[in-house]
Design a protein around this ligand. Structure first.
Ligand code: FDA
Length: 505
């Protein structure tokens, strides 16, 4: 419409008036690079169709002041902002909106400065976890950071939602290891920990992206790692007693030494010989120590797993990053600087489990998995450091008493199958109700799931609407998030389909 075009022009005028030094790269739909920039980090093909709402422009700031200008002008002209770091949001919240919007894409703000001597680093939000790992490894082979197993996840969204990974049983979430941050608030000011105050600094380390402002960079505490770590990955099928192994895993995985994580992935595979299907349980571990020690631990705690000497592989910590992300461990770590990712249709959902599931329960779950053949369940054990940190320490509340988290994933290749896959995943989730946490049924905010509820189209959820999903993601921390939000952004400028509401109006 005409009004829309005028807004567009006024907005650009505002941008050029406020730009102090270099001009901000801006891509309108007329620009030849608009589509490639938009699509650069869209992983979920369901949000890349001709009917997906598109931003009326994309800004790719080159410096902090560009982000300030984007906020000032968007607010002045009442335009919705979506901020994107790595674009890995499960629901595309960083680049889709039902109302006219712009994208502030931070992929040019990706500097990582490692101070190995003091075990600290500043990392900009547009960097990926892989780039962070790479920069740490360049400086030291005895330092790491407890971040994602996936190396293309963006730091901005990842830390905003807490962020877990293979070392979180030893060091807690990524958010637990942030000691300062720089962010642009609703007034376009750059704030650090001191000027933003402890309430806001608390909220941005787990309260979910998109609610409080645009975080530019994070000061993180690096984590000591030994020069040699040990990994293994083994498959066990039903015929090999997988049910008993999974049952026992539930009892021990959360009690293993903090230096050890034993991930479990459940899916469907072809049974050997016949044309039958079976359940495959994949056990994947990272141990912050040598193989000799890990062999002893596994023999004492989980002899039934039947590991062989050659299952244990020693390597440097940075190689274990490749291993856990299913990249070849003998390849150059340069691969961690790349951003190419597999794109597919996709839906994910999450659950937390606080009581072990009985063998009968597991058998019913197998039946379900075998019937559907569509979903994969990734189980991440908790315990260790995660049980020592109070639920209210950061907004990330899934702490003591959590045995493990489940991520349900369905991925497919043709749009025509979308309904089938999404419905089956939802049914699986419904089926799991008796086995998982209740009141609230907890969920991980970084596995965004709009099935849990979303705002109306103009993006202003009431407190009671938002409490429905807010309590699942944040438990008792939801009210404090609303309090902080109301204080720092009373008009609810920074918002998305599941953001923290302001109750000022
Ligand atoms: P994206 O740019 O899409 O942003 C996500 C949300 O945060 C959006 O709402 C966005 O607006 C907001 N946001 C982004 N940058 C911001 C900024 N600078 N300031 C404020 N808000 C900002 N998680 C995990 O904990 N451990 C893991 O191992 C994995 N592994 C994994 C693998 C794969 C393949 C996917 C797709 C996802 C994961 N995740 C994960 C989940 C991941 O942590 C989650 O999707 C993050 O939000 C992704 O952050 P990005 O910056 O990439 O997303």
């Amino acid at each position: 419409s005409n009004a829309f075009v005028i807004t567009h022009g006024d907005f650009l005028t505002c941008i050029s008036l406020h730009s102090k030094t270099t001009s901000i790269p801006i891509y309108t739909p007329e620009n030849a690079n608009y589509t490639s920039i938009l699509q650069s980090t869209i992983l979920v093909l369901g949000f890349n169709s001709s009917t997906t709402p598109k931003p009326f422009l994309i800004l790719t700031p080159l410096e902090e002041s560009h982000v300030q200008t984007a906020v000032i002008c968007s607010r002045k002209h009442g335009i919705q902002i979506k901020v994107r770091s790595g674009g890995h949001d499960f629901e595309g919240l960083s680049y889709v909106s039902d109302i006219p919007f712009i994208i502030v894409d931070l992929s040019n703000l990706r500097e990582v400065n490692v101070d190995a001597e003091n075990k600290l680093a500043w990392v900009q939000s547009g960097a990926t976890t892989g780039e962070l790992y790479y920069k740490i490894a360049e400086k030291s082979n005895i330092l790491g950071f407890p971040a994602a197993t996936c190396t293309t996840v963006g730091i901005g969204g990842y830390i905003s939602g807490g962020g877990y990974g293979a070392m979180f049983r030893k060091y807690g979430t990524a958010g637990d290891n942030v000691i300062d941050a720089r962010m642009v608030d609703v007034h376009g000011r750059v704030l650090n920990r001191k000027s933003m105050g402890e309430g806001l600094f608390w909220a941005i380390r787990g309260g979910g992206g998109g609610s409080f402002g645009i975080v530019l960079s994070w000061k993180i505490r690096l984590a000591p790692v030994p020069p040699t770590v040990t990994v293994f990955r083994v498959d066990r099928f039903l015929a090999e007693g997988a049910t008993l192994l999974v049952h026992k895993w539930q009892d021990i995985a959360h009690r293993l030494p903090k230096e050890l994580i034993l991930f479990l992935s459940l899916g469907v595979a072809n049974a050997t010989a016949k044309d039958e299907k079976t359940v495959r349980a994949t056990f994947t571990s990272l141990f912050l120590g040598d193989a000799k020690k890990l062999k002893i631990v596994m023999k004492e705690t989980f002899p039934e797993l039947g590991l062989n000497n050659n299952d244990f592989i020693e390597m440097r910590w940075i190689q274990s990053i490749l291993f856990l992300d299913n990249l070849p461990t003998n390849s150059s770590i340069d691969i961690l600087r790349g951003r190419s990712t597999v794109k597919s249709y996709f839906k994910g959902k999450s659950d937390y489990v606080r009581q072990p599931i009985s063998q009968t329960g597991l058998e019913l779950i197998w039946e379900r998995l075998l019937n559907d053949e569509l979903a994969v369940m990734n189980l991440t054990p908790y315990g260790g450091r995660m049980s020592e940190i109070a639920e209210s320490e950061t907004p990330f509340p899934h702490r003591n008493g959590t045995l493990f988290k489940i991520l349900y994933v369905a991925a497919w290749n043709e749009v025509a199958s979308s309904e089938k896959y999404i419905n089956r995943l939802r049914k699986m989730y419904e089926f799991m109700t008796p086995y998982v946490s209740k009141s609230p049924r907890e969920a991980y905010v970084n596995y965004r799931d709009l099935d849990l509820g979303e705002t109306s189209k103009n993006g202003t959820a009431s407190y009671s609407q938002a409490k429905v999903w807010g309590t699942k993601y944040f438990k008792g921390n939801f009210d404090k998030l609303v309090y902080v939000k109301t204080k720092v952004d009373p008009d609810n400028f920074f918002r998305n389909e599941q953001s923290i509401p302001s109750i000022a109006f």
